[in-house]
Design a protein around this ligand. Structure first.
Ligand SMILES: Cc1cc2nc3c(=O)[nH]c(=O)nc-3n(C[C@H](O)[C@H](O)[C@H](O)COP(=O)(O)OP(=O)(O)OC[C@H]3O[C@@H](n4cnc5c(N)ncnc54)[C@H](O)[C@@H]3O)c2cc1C
Length: 318
């Protein structure tokens, strides 16, 4: 078993939480033999910090042409780092960027990729992964049939981020050819600078049971009292009550927060596909037979307009 290389995602120099979780899992599996690759412009100052999260070496691809994401440029940097450290496995987070980049790197290395995994263990010198399939109704156990390196993307908020307190050697990736044909030109912030559901530790989601777009004010108030992000079912997104960036589910975002509060959401399989791996699920629904109660740890059968206001008061009082 050799080390693990982790692609670390940053935005405006800030390391993304999902990447620190991938580093945490790499540290657990690789018994300390962890390298990281960080790509962007002027990202060197964040590199040394990664030692705290278990990276012994940090490869830096620093170039004005890498300021914003490009599949070709970023893949080249990851492959160059891999040539140098010869890791057994390369980890990505299964974020929007990681889902794009991991298969590209795998294809360039001529290996398969294990996507969106929620559990990893060694079997000899090969990693065996578990990943949800059929909208998280079942789990598949998969490996890469002996191919090396193993390219893996890890579902955000499933693995633990850990401060191990080490320091990292920083190595510049020189001589990147960067033949980039397509790149992202701009990132646009979500409305009102709200917390992104994909990154959030706590999510309060509203569904058709809230009756109208104006009642998202109640969902937002509960979310704000908990420091949570606001999520939504597809029904309310399709109705134009809230932007698609809030949608949780099969055709929205897959989330795994510590706490997920579903308000007026029935729990259709496509919604469950996006949130059933949340650690604690609370459902508020007036229908005792709503499918959401099958996955909920705590359920309140009642009218959300009567249940939520005293909840907000009680949370604020705490
Ligand atoms: C290909 C495909 C992809 C899809 N992708 C997604 C996806 O990504 N995400 C997603 O969410 N859906 C997705 N859907 C849609 C999904 O099938 C459901 O239609 C949708 O999730 C229903 O949203 P909802 O629970 O808000 O509405 P409903 O199913 O209408 O449920 C509303 C709930 O609110 C409850 N309620 C009503 N009034 C109150 C009240 N006063 N207090 C408390 N409870 C109340 C009702 O009892 C009911 O359970 C997809 C569907 C397809 C076909």
């Amino acid at each position: 078993m050799a080390g693990i290389l982790v692609f670390v995602e940053q935005r405006d120099g800030e390391i993304r939480k999902a990447s620190l979780q991938a580093l945490g899992e790499a540290h657990r599996l690789a018994a300390g033999e962890v390298s990281a690759v960080l790509v962007g412009e002027g990202v060197g100052s964040s590199a040394a910090d990664l030692g705290k999260y278990g990276a012994g070496k940090v490869f830096i691809g620093d170039d004005a042409n890498l300021k914003l994401y490009s599949a070709e440029g970023y893949a080249e940097a990851v492959i160059k780092a891999q040539e140098s450290c010869q890791a057994t496995a390369i980890f990505f987070s299964a974020t929007v960027m990681g889902r794009d980049l991991a298969p590209r790197v795998a294809a360039r290395l001529g290996v398969g990729a294990l996507a969106d995994v929620v559990h990893l263990e060694w079997d000899g010198d090969a990693l065996v992964a578990r990943r949800p399939v059929y909208s998280a109704k079942a789990f598949a156990t998969v490996d890469t049939a002996g191919q090396k390196p193993q390219v893996v993307s890890l579902r955000p908020n499933v693995f633990a981020q850990e401060e191990v307190g080490g320091s990292a050697e920083v190595i510049a990736l020189d001589g990147l050819a960067l033949a980039i044909r397509a790149m992202v030109k701009e990132f646009m912030a979500a409305e009102g600078g709200e917390i992104d559901v994909a990154e959030a530790n706590v999510i309060v989601s509203g569904g058709r049971g809230i009756k109208g777009p104006e009642n998202f004010a109640l969902i937002r108030e509960l979310a704000s009292s908990l420091g949570a992000a606001v999520g939504a079912s597809r029904a309310v997104v399709d109705a134009g009550w809230i932007d698609h960036s809030h949608q949780v589910g099969q055709t929205g975002k897959v989330v795994s927060p510590t706490l997920y509060v579903a308000c007026g959401i029935s729990g259709a399989i496509q919604h469950l596909a996006g949130m059933s791996s949340s650690k604690v699920i609370v459902a508020i629904n007036k229908d005792p037979d709503a499918p959401i109660f099958k996955v909920a740890d705590y359920g309140v059968v009642g009218d959300l307009f009567q249940v939520i206001p005293p909840m907000i008061e009680a949370i604020k009082a705490l």
